[in-house]
Ligand binder design. Structure first.
Ligand code: ADP
Ligand code: MG
Length: 295
């Protein structure tokens, strides 16, 4: 069977106005997995997921009890949320899609010379009244920690993932963009950083030689002039036109831009098709009647 790599966006799991109880989040996981019923008949599946809201909550809990229990570093929190979300997705795939599933705690190699380490940009966790960490930025709501967001160099645990795909498991990998590690004196060491899951997912799809890459997010299409009166859905896009739009600054930093850039990377390295859409629209998109398809 052909392989499809599917990214589940963080917002598809916690809705912005919800408290994020386990019950609610599991409900959203189930709703999303249900939409993959026809996909799983045609493709082997590898699923990845975002973890922004979940790791933010976990960090808050850690901060709250820091007098009694030491705060865990970000790479460890990443591993914890990979387990949390992996468990929910795994259970949902088995209950709804009736396929055996397995979650891989996934490490992703980053370059310690990545310029992102010099200028941390990614805000995470709670707001503070004053500057208590060396790297913080001031937002209207208060001070916030910022961490580097380096690019993935390669998925370290790829062989394990590949062999499980071969054995017909639905594999859940690269949660939250993967745990960032660097190589130091020939040993892997975790670092406090956050990799955008869009880049890691595309990297994973390339390394697995998948033909299809799907980003499930909370909008049905990629739009031109997004958020303006004249916004227009893009239904089909050629790789070279995606590049032109990307270079012209059409897509927003931190949300749509990484998806488009990651899509182009994937298509340049042997990928055939990228679909960006919502869980609700995925089946229309697969039939060529919805979503945004980049080829
Ligand atoms: P995910 O967890 O799926 O990666 P993101 O928030 O990072 O979620 O990306 C999805 C968001 O991108 C949408 O909710 C939308 O607000 C935003 N977005 C920015 N630019 C565009 C665009 N041109 N077309 C569609 N959505 C866009
Ligand atoms: Mg995102």
């Amino acid at each position: 069977m052909k392989l499809a790599v599917v990214a589940l966006g963080g917002n598809a799991l916690i809705h912005p106005k919800e408290r994020g109880t386990a019950e609610r989040q599991i409900k959203h996981v189930n709703e999303t997995i249900l939409r993959l019923k026809s996909l799983v008949k045609k493709f082997s599946l590898v699923l990845t997921n975002g973890n922004g809201p979940q790791i933010g909550n976990l960090l808050l809990q850690q901060e709250h009890y820091k007098q009694t229990i030491p705060v865990m570093p970000l790479d460890t929190l990443d591993a914890m949320t990979q387990g949390q979300l992996g468990y929910w997705i795994q259970q949902s795939v088995e209950n709804i899609l009736k396929k055996n599933a397995v979650t891989i705690i996934t490490r992703v190699l980053v370059d310690k010379k990545d310029p992102a380490f010099k200028t941390p940009t990614k805000p995470i966790g709670p707001y503070y009244k004053k500057k208590i960490f060396p790297k913080m930025i001031k937002e209207p709501e208060g001070w916030r920690r910022v961490v580097p967001s380096p690019k993935p160099v390669k998925i370290i645990d790829i062989e394990e993932i590949r062999s499980l795909v071969k054995r017909n498991f639905v594999v859940i990998a690269c949660g939250g963009g993967g745990i960032p590690v660097i190589k130091e004196k020939n040993k892997f060491v975790g670092v406090e950083a956050v990799i955008d899951k869009d880049y890691s997912t595309a990297k994973l799809a390339t390394q697995l030689k998948a033909k299809v890459l799907i980003f499930l997010t909370d909008v049905p299409h990629v739009y031109l002039n997004y958020g303006q009166k004249d916004q227009k859905p893009i239904l089909k896009l050629k790789k070279k036109d995606a590049r032109i739009l990307l270079d012209s600054g059409e897509f927003k930093e931190g949300s749509m831009k990484p998806k488009i850039e990651a899509s182009i990377n994937f298509l340049e390295k042997g990928g055939k098709r990228v679909i960006i859409t919502s869980p609700q629209e995925i089946n229309y998109a697969l039939a060529g009647r919805g979503g945004t398809v980049i080829e």
